[in-house]
Design a protein around this ligand. Sequence first.
Ligand code: GLU
Length: 260
Amino acid sequence: MICLKGMKRVVIKVGTSTLTYETGKTNLKRMRELVRTICDFSNFGLEIALVTSGAIGVGVGRLGLAEKPQDTPSRQAAACIGQCELMFMYDKFFQEYGSTVGQLLITKSDIEDKERRENLINTFKKIFEFGAIPIINENDSVAVEEIVYGDNDNLSAHVARLIGADLLIILTDTDGLFDKNPHIDSDAVLIPVVDKIDEHIFEIAGGTESSCGTGGMLTKIQAAKLAGEGKIPTVIMNGENPEEMYKLLSGRQVGTLFTV
Ligand code: GLU
């Protein structure tokens, strides 16, 4: 299983459904717990990169819209508004626990372009050297069509590979990957370990959608596959109690581990 020993760099991805209430307003209690846990890991000596969603969701809440807009420009505008709020809250909480953060807004083309990729790697390197914590989201205001990741799950796997992480943790609103959709089938059973991501795994992940975020389970499996191809294990686990990550990093079974 996973053990803190020898582990240096961890990417933690948190989704909209974990960070916000159904009203679209920020779940402050959870955000604070997440930040406190990350700061403690950082104090322990781990280098953490946080990939966060929630810009559109928080923007929708801030604007008092009844629901997430359907058209792209409105979503992009909501993301601009929500991103400010999101970073304001992160900055406030991280400062409270003695940590410094930096914001990186990334698109697919930034990672694919050789020069921009190099620039990103250098920036990450320095942020870690400065002892700060990078907070990453997709650059939603410029990300459309061919340059869009569209979901931060895949983005988190790219970031993990970019910075040579030892582990990717995806926090979501279910306990991990189940053999059936747990929102529909009450007898669904959690799969603790996946050694090979094949068609069957994609099939059972297929039907699970999150109400607030973009991804659902499918994009999380894609992310785990992508991370695995870079020899990085992934854990998909519930973000309801961020402190559960202590258990994970001390070697106990939490969520679903995708081995490499
Ligand atoms: N970048 C989007 C946001 O911050 C989230 C995409 C996703 O849900 O994964 O709202």
